[in-house]
Design a protein around this ligand. Sequence first.
Ligand SMILES: *Cc1c(COP(=O)(O)O)cnc(C)c1O
Length: 366
Amino acid sequence: MISMNDFRSQDEGLIKSELEAVERVLRSGWWVLGSEVESFEAEWASWLGVPFAVGCGNGMDAIEIGLRALGIGEGDEVITTPMTAFATVLAIYRCGATPVLADISSDSAILNPESVKRCITPKTKAVILVHLYGRMGPVQELLDICNTHSISLIEDCAQAHGARSNAGPAGSFGRFAAWSFYPTKNLGAIGDGGALTSADPEIIKVAKSLRNYGQSVRYQHPLLGMNSRLDEVQAAILKVRLQYLNKWTELRRLIASRYTQEINNPQVKVLALPENRNEHVHHLFVVTHPDRDKLQAHLKTNGIETLIHYPIPIHHQEPCKNIQMDPQGLKRAEQHALQCLSLPCHPGLTERDVERVISVVNGFKV
Ligand SMILES: *Cc1c(COP(=O)(O)O)cnc(C)c1O
């Protein structure tokens, strides 16, 4: 079976360093929010090239914490995409604000700026751009729109660790960026983990308080916060894996460029690659096909696992039936949800695996 992820294929050198890191934490006798978390926060910010990072429990909390740090809540609207992990929208609900969905662009499946414009009302406080599948979204266009309307741009970077354009890294454009270190992400922990990054020291200060019950100094709680702390084992593991991230991203890019060049089944469309290869870190490699379910079944029969990101757009999820959206509808997101398929694309794939995926995709006929 060629699988979507294979965490058992880690090399022995990495496993050895991870075991040492875990042992160091275990013997330190300090397991939540300590020196490992502090040093990881510093290393993560500096690796990205952004001023500050705050570790927290997961990626969804990072979004909620950041929104709350911006003062966004009840009565405020936040625009985002229907083609994302449910966590993006759930974080908006959880901070008390109202999510509004704009449509995607067909060539990338990422939030479409023209549709965003149609969603803006006097209540709009922020736009969350999801750098979907690891590709940087239209940062400059959205910044222009946000600046014109005095609203905040926020980056959901849960799939985009290390993506960068000539103008700067993903995560450096919004008021804050949210990161997830869920195990399947490009940089993953051995459990849940997340971070918020920002250039704004005030957001960082409030985020550090919110992640820990709204505490300022011990036992003083000027804010009603939450419990979203990063633990020392996860931080220690992340520091080790960060050393491998550039290599892993390069491997993902090689696989993606082979798929892009060699998949030639006329019915299978590969999402467009950016001109600047650094803008994409290929968290997922997504194709579309008019008979997607049959293509998926064909791959499964041939021993290749695939997944769909995402089969149900947000506005078709049960709790979101009355969600606000672009007055022109979300047609492109709906079409994408019906046709998209994610092929295996991770650093543990061998060249033979990649060749096999390509030949099975090319051999598919409806
Ligand atoms: C994974 C993911 C999240 C949520 O991260 P968690 O750590 O699982 O909470 C948010 N947004 C996107 C786009 C994601 O892929």
